[in-house]
Design a binder for this molecule. Structure first.
Ligand SMILES: *[C@@H]1O[C@H](CO)[C@@H](O)[C@H](O)[C@H]1NC(C)=O
Ligand SMILES: *[C@@H]1O[C@H](CO)[C@@H](O)[C@H](O)[C@H]1NC(C)=O
Ligand SMILES: *[C@@H]1O[C@H](CO)[C@@H](O)[C@H](O)[C@H]1NC(C)=O
Ligand SMILES: *[C@@H]1O[C@H](CO)[C@@H](O)[C@H](O)[C@H]1NC(C)=O
Ligand SMILES: *[C@@H]1O[C@H](CO)[C@@H](O)[C@H](O)[C@H]1NC(C)=O
Ligand SMILES: *[C@@H]1O[C@H](CO)[C@@H](O)[C@H](O)[C@H]1NC(C)=O
Length: 301
């Protein structure tokens, strides 16, 4: 603001000198905002202070002589407004609709020009705790695709970030972030993606992080792959060998170490069983028994 003007250098016209420490104030819904100004004048007369909210047609928020409010306040400002000696406006119980540009004008009778200033107020809602939503279960099969969705109930003007075991994730080939970064898509998951994921949400009045989400990536067992590609007959063979081996294992060692499910009755004898039908093969049968039972056990799970 100009403070002095030279009119043909005959006289000095003085305006109210205004100081605004902060032209941008960030408020929170339900909180308060101090639109702080200070003025300086050579006159000792009380100032007339007028605060307006810039809209298509400006709304007069408050008008006062010193700290005494003139007239009645608009219903939306009742019990929410205070004007200080220095011209500062305090707004209580902020609403989202309070956001905007505020113009203040301070006039003092003796001063030809009123002092003017503007302050921008933003109002944001506090962020509630975000949570990560996953379409499927958090148990993933190798090479599946997955979308992690960072959601929250409250919070305005939010921005998002993702962390994998504490490290920020960038938009990379297999880790793709939506333009607003709310969604994280992991393509063709690898075992290295088996990790802890967190989403962090930030807005002008705060930040919050989600509970960590554990994503588990499992690999189909190799036996399962053999079975699914090689055919079911392999399973039948394994079961048969397993049963035969248990029979011989029982016969020669009399131990209960077998991990095969216990069945009653004689196991079926097949040509394969002759493999073990020799005293020299006792050890081999035991090792084979345990091994085969483990494999069959895995694929039957
Ligand atoms: C306006 O006020 C500020 C401090 O309040 C002061 O530093 C400055 O000199 C004043 N300007 C004029 C022209 O009086
Ligand atoms: C004006 O007065 C208020 C209330 O005393 C104070 O909080 C604020 O900082 C003052 N503003 C300036 C610019 O000095
Ligand atoms: C969201 O805001 C509403 C209204 O302000 C409140 O009632 C609710 O409890 C908030 N939700 C959460 C999760 O904080
Ligand atoms: C993400 O979650 C939000 C809230 O739960 C939902 O409105 C939105 O549709 C979800 N987006 C996707 C792509 O799943
Ligand atoms: C990440 O990359 C994809 C594809 O290149 C793009 O569509 C998307 O907008 C990018 N996301 C961000 C947050 O830059
Ligand atoms: C999150 O908020 C805390 C205070 O609540 C602050 O100390 C921290 O720096 C903020 N972090 C970010 C990334 O803004």
């Amino acid at each position: 603001m100009f403070t002095a003007v030279c009119h043909h250098c005959l006289s000095i016209v003085v305006a109210v000198n205004m100081t605004v420490p902060n032209t941008l104030i960030r408020g929170t819904v339900g909180g308060e905002a101090l639109l702080s100004v200070r003025y300086h004048s050579f006159s000792l007369d009380p100032p007339v202070i007028k605060w307006q909210l810039r809209r298509e047609k400006s709304i007069t928020v408050v008008q006062s002589i010193g700290t005494d409010i003139i007239g009645t306040l608009r219903p939306e400002y009742r019990d929410r407004i205070l004007v200080f000696d220095n011209g500062t406006l305090l707004l209580h119980n902020l609403r989202l609709s309070d956001e905007g540009d505020y113009d203040v004008e301070i006039s003092i009778t003796d001063d030809t020009f009123p002092g003017e200033a503007s302050i921008t107020l933003t109002v944001d809602e506090r962020i509630s705790r975000p949570y990560i939503h996953m379409e499927a279960s958090s148990l993933l099969e190798l090479s599946e695709n997955v979308i992690l969705n960072c959601s929250h109930d409250n919070g305005t003007r939010t921005t998002y970030r993702w962390f994998k075991s504490g490290n920020p994730l960038a938009n990379m080939t297999r880790f793709m972030l939506s333009p607003d970064q709310k969604l994280l898509t992991i393509s063709r998951v690898l075992t290295t993606d088996d990790d802890i994921y967190i989403c962090a949400v930030k807005n002008p009045v705060g930040n919050m992080t989600s509970q960590p989400l554990r994503v588990t990536v499992y690999r189909r067992s190799s036996v399962y792959i053999i079975l699914s590609t090689g055919g079911i007959f392999l399973l039948i063979t394994l079961v048969t060998v397993c049963n035969t081996a248990r029979f011989y294992n029982h016969k020669y060692s009399n131990t209960k170490s077998s991990s095969c499910p216990v069945r009653t009755g004689h196991p079926p004898r097949t040509t394969l069983s002759r493999l073990y039908d020799h005293p020299d093969h006792t050890l081999m049968s035991r090792v084979g028994n345990v091994l085969l039972c483990k494999m069959v056990g895995t694929c039957l799970e």
